[in-house]
Design a protein around this ligand. Sequence first.
Ligand code: ATP
Ligand code: ATP
Ligand code: CA
Length: 217
Amino acid sequence: MKSFCVIGLGRFGSSVVRSLVKNNYEVVVIDTDAKKIDDFKDIATHVMIADATDERVLKNIEIDKFDGVVIAIGQNVQASILTTMIVVESGARNVIAKATTDVQVKVLEKIGADRIIQPEKDAGNRVADNLAHPDISDYLDLSDDYSFAKMKVRNIKFDGLTLFQANLTQTYRVNVAFINKTDGTASIGRHDTKIGIGDILYLVGTKTDIEKFSEII
Ligand code: ATP
Ligand code: ATP
Ligand code: CA
């Protein structure tokens, strides 16, 4: 069974822990705050009142043996940086750190965290994207230029066409990776896959092309 360590039980860390526990994973939590730890003693697999910036603490629990480590200390930038450094240096896999400022993101990247999350900023960006492009229901940045997006077919002119006939790659420079059809079937995008009104397309393309296409599809 997979096991994870979550350091810091603020709102973000707490929800990571609850979600992991709900999915039946083993979760060890660490926080300096005895009250926070008390709240999780019946939820997490193992709880520890400890300062994660103390190298011995993480060494003792063999932090490098977990399948993933989340450093959910945001406000205390110094503790967040120091803890992430110790975790990365220990050789831990899948190190995810929470940041509250852009400077903190830069430092955590430099230290070698595998992934950095800025919950408020990330959620804010998603809401702004949803407002600006209500037709794109899910959006994932693949690089600075490229995205993966999910959208519904609404335009009658595409109804019943195969991907070969729709010629989306040539005309709109978007690539259909996967289709969820209204009849409940699903398939990867091939030249002979038919699309119809209401089908959900999963597309890859540049952000500009995807945005333009979302207004046509
Ligand atoms: P939120 O997710 O609520 O926005 P936050 O980013 O504001 O959280 P804090 O509330 O500052 O972050 O910290 C999250 C938790 O991390 C707190 O419960 C705090 O006690 C804990 N914490 C801070 N420093 C350490 C440390 N050195 N070792 C262990 N836990 C720590
Ligand atoms: P964050 O996204 O940073 O976690 P928060 O949920 O902690 O935000 P606050 O910082 O309390 O929320 O409030 C967000 C903003 O809303 C603040 O800039 C505050 O000035 C503004 N605000 C609070 N109450 C009102 C109000 N009644 N009318 C207009 N603006 C308000
Ligand atoms: Ca906070």
